[in-house]
Design a protein around this ligand. Sequence first.
Ligand code: GDP
Ligand code: MG
Length: 441
Amino acid sequence: TLSDRLTSVLTNLRGKGRLSEADIDATAREIRIALLEADVALPVVRGFIKGVKERAKGSEVSQALNPAQQVVKIVNEELVTILGGETRRLELAKNPPTVIMLAGLQGAGKTTLAGKLAKWLSGQGHTPMLVACDLQRPNAVNQLQVVGERAGVPVFAPEPGNGVGDPVQVSRDGIEEAKRAQHDMVIVDTAGRLGVDEEMMKQAADIRDAVTPDEILFVLDAMVGQDAVATAEAFRDGVGFSGVVLTKLDGDARGGAALSVREVTGQPIMFASSGEKLEDFDVFHPDRMANRILGMGDMLTLIEQAEQAFDQEEAEKAAEKLGTGQLTLEDFLEQMQAVRRMGPLQNLLGMLPGAGQMKDQLANFDEKQLDRIQAIIRGMTPAERSDPKIINASRRQRIARGSGVTVSDINDLVGRFFEARKMMQRMAGQFGGFGGGGGGS
Ligand code: GDP
Ligand code: MG
């Protein structure tokens, strides 16, 4: 797994303060191998690594994490984003029934999925019906009937004994029946072949045109590895689909197919199937898949803990400085960033006891003002941040130019900073100091 691969790189990087270009390249190399081993398609790997490298180079130096941990964190975040950036719910029809059509190769798990999805939808208060449009395999209709019975939902199927029926007609009749019986959802099961062929695509496209589905779900066996991209492209071009379902995630597939399909087709992975039983089904969780691809749950836990511990330490240090009047603009910036990570400031302040009288001020509070303050402080040198007294007129002019504000904005900020520091000192004197056993964040 990647964690094994990274161990040596990690050891080399430990103790370094900043990510060098060579460090990033070395780590990227290992991650690239891990992704390829997880069956992620090569072009997808390339694009991904490029994105990660750029982010790693531009990233601020984290003091909580060592450089390798930082890269891993970035890789994980990027994976999760790419896998789930736009995860969305099923699109419901304005006029029921909502029609969901399943497409995919034979053996991908469509018929099994039809039952799982039906059961899941029933659990959410829907009244789904299944329609058997796989008339290719002798046993396919019967298989869907069994699945439907287990899921406790009705199945619409052609009358037996009339020779090979027309799946397009069956799909049409199925929708009619669903309307008549007032089912709010219809799941249309279709035939697949072992490989992609034109006749199958045409049949699927004909069914699509007959039932105008609200969703077409492309069902993909996660075990197929590198073939996933070609199959997905064939279905995208032949039938089109609006979402992906990954099946057989209970197997030992590394999950690379997921990343490839998501990236290549741009369609979201919506559900995951992980066993033969009807219960082995869930909405898709990008973080679990990222973890599966990288195989580094332990390291991610470590990273999280390191960051939390660091925050705690920082908070205590800052509290101490507040009390002794040594607060610098650097601390101020860090605190502001920490607070902003927790959500809009208004909400946060609103939760404080005794904030009632501040309500009006809060209502006028402008988050953009914070952006400006951050920009100003970022435009200062470290020396200026730690000792704001040295910020004379010419420095003020330079900072104003650099951060796109006026000198009077700077005067304002610096003035308020000194005010705040004075006030903190007074309060500290009154209450006997900040910090110590205060609660965590
Ligand atoms: P279809 O040809 O696309 O309709 O695929 P089926 O639903 O008939 O499934 C093909 C085989 O895969 C069956 O034996 C299923 O029991 C099995 N199968 C489907 N989904 C899963 C899954 O998530 N995990 C496992 N282990 N087997 C599955
Ligand atoms: Mg089937």
